[in-house]
Design a protein around this ligand. Structure first.
Ligand SMILES: Cc1cc2nc3c(=O)[nH]c(=O)nc-3n(C[C@H](O)[C@H](O)[C@H](O)COP(=O)(O)OP(=O)(O)OC[C@H]3O[C@@H](n4cnc5c(N)ncnc54)[C@H](O)[C@@H]3O)c2cc1C
Ligand code: SF4
Length: 448
């Protein structure tokens, strides 16, 4: 541990976002970076706690005290090696992880100034690529083959781990390129896709084979492999089956987000195929992160206005959540960079029916509700409190989450990973699950 008292004198400093007026007109990453001096000062604040709750909170078991110490001392390469020993792709988590570790940081307990682990992680990894010490490995082959279905974060981590163990790995994906929701969900303003391409080059150079535009029937897996990992995510979005659902102008969030990312990658579309918010009043139904990504995308497309509604109550304003005290993840109100760019947010709003004219959506009839305790226990009961009202909208985006996939009984040599196994979650959890699945495959194949 570098400076045992640094946390007493140095305050948490975040790099922050580019100013709204600057970022709102492009899809470049919104987050800025600190200079390396400030970055090292931030790393010096880590106290190397006797019981490091950050290890426990990070699904990958990352060890911030170890790499923060190396960073503080200026040994960026050691910091990367330590970070990379538990985190295969820290350039992804460094950009999009909600940083479960920071909420569990001891410095978050009273002063609410935790260490800046996520940003440190991103900076260490960018440095590693810039200074060219991300190694390309050439593992000795062990003669066994594994197929990975799905190239999202879970599939990529599983493929990476198995490849490094000596298995010949082929990754299949129905999309035209790798990354799953990293590429076709998360907007470029949160994660520039060149970051995925850069890692893909390493994985290809290390010998992993990728087959894109290849949808695999999970009941008839490709032959010639000793084991399989199914990391196919959560393909089915939750719908809103209320009257008027068949009107034009109502889309799932991913219809817009995936299309926008493809356009930025160079795809050309006909005007009538475009899912665009340009010049429109936008209504986002669903108050979570996917909804927030729709807001940022709508702004960049040139929308007129955005409203986001959520059926659940407004979460408590942080930093503490009495229901989930430290070191647990607090369920407090989250204001993202997209919210900062302009949006009306409402909670306790139920959608009753879509309204339209000439087959095109023009708004949604909604009603304010309250949640009452259920006398029989279980899920609280919804009760209307306000009069129905209409929210005008030219385009409605449904951001209501994803259904947990149901899988047929799998053969003994088939293993699930990521959202396909847990239901919709986080990149960091998908990566941890991909790593676990790779270890399971290795154990299985060594036994058979
Ligand atoms: C809009 C949006 C924003 C998000 N933002 C964040 C964020 O900021 N931070 C965060 O931590 N998490 C975020 N998440 C969640 C995160 O992206 C997912 O939890 C994570 O990507 C899951 O990884 P995965 O590998 O399990 O699945 P996915 O990323 O969904 O990848 C599954 C892959 O399998 C492929 N596939 C599916 N079926 C088949 C088949 N039959 N044959 C071949 N290929 C197939 C798909 O094409 C896809 O490439 C976000 C999710 C969404 C939707
Ligand atoms: S992956 Fe996320 S939770 Fe883990 S150390 Fe990095 S920022 Fe923290």
């Amino acid at each position: 541990m570098g400076d045992p008292k640094a946390f007493l004198t140095i305050h948490r400093k975040e790099a922050g976002y580019r100013p709204v007026h600057d970022r709102i007109h492009d899809f470049g990453e919104v987050e800025q970076t600190l200079n390396s001096g400030d970055r090292r000062l931030q790393a010096s604040r880590c106290m190397d706690c006797g019981v490091p709750f950050c290890h426990w909170a990070c699904p990958l078991g990352n060890k911030p005290p170890e790499w923060n110490d190396a960073l503080y001392k200026g040994d960026w390469e050691l910091a990367y090696r330590l970070l990379n020993s538990t985190n295969d792709f820290p350039e992804f988590t460094g950009r999009v992880c909600p940083a479960l570790c920071e909420k569990a940081c001891v410095l978050n307990l009273t002063e609410h100034e935790p260490t800046t682990n996520r940003e440190d992680e991103a900076a260490i990894t960018e440095h590693a690529f810039e200074e060219n010490y991300v190694r390309t490995h050439h593992p000795e082959r062990n003669g066994q083959k594994v197929a990975v279905i799905g190239s999202g974060p879970a599939g990529l981590v599983a493929a990476n781990r198995l490849n490094l163990m000596g298995y010949a790995v082929t990754v299949f994906d129905k999309n035209e390129d790798a990354g799953g929701l990293l590429r076709y969900g998360i907007p470029n303003f949160k994660l520039n896709k060149a970051v995925i391409d850069r890692r893909m080059k390493v994985l290809r150079d290390e010998g992993i084979e990728f087959k894109f535009n290849t949808e695999i029937d999970l009941q008839a897996l490709p032959t010639g492999f000793d084991a399989y990992i199914v990391a196919t995510g959560t393909p089915e979005a939750r719908d809103l089956a209320i009257p008027g659902r068949d009107l034009k102008g109502i889309y799932f969030a991913l219809d817009m987000l995936a299309q926008q990312n493809r356009i930025l990658a160079g795809k050309e579309l006909k005007r009538e195929e475009l899912v665009t918010a340009r010049g429109k009043d936008v209504l986002v139904i669903g108050g979570g992160d996917t909804g927030s990504d729709c807001i940022g995308t709508a702004h960049r497309q040139g929308c007129k206005s955005v409203i986001q509604i959520e059926i659940m109550p407004q979460p408590p304003i942080g930093p503490d959540d009495p229901q989930k005290p430290w070191p647990a993840w607090p369920r407090t109100l989250k204001t993202t960079s997209s919210h900062e760019e302009g949006c009306t947010r409402r909670w306790n709003i139920n959608s009753l029916r879509f309204l339209g004219k000439n087959g095109q959506v023009t708004g949604v009839e909604v009603q304010e509700i309250a949640w009452k305790p259920n006398p029989e226990g279980g899920r609280p009961l919804m009760e209307p409190v306000g009069k129905p009202e209409v929210i005008k909208a030219d385009i409605v985006l449904l951001a209501l989450g994803f259904l947990k996939p149901q899988h047929p009984k799998l053969a003994d040599n088939v293993f699930l990973a990521g959202d396909a196994s847990s239901g919709a979650s986080l990149v960091v959890r998908a990566m941890a699950s991909g790593r676990d699945a790779a270890a399971q495959v290795d154990t299985f194949l060594k036994r058979h």
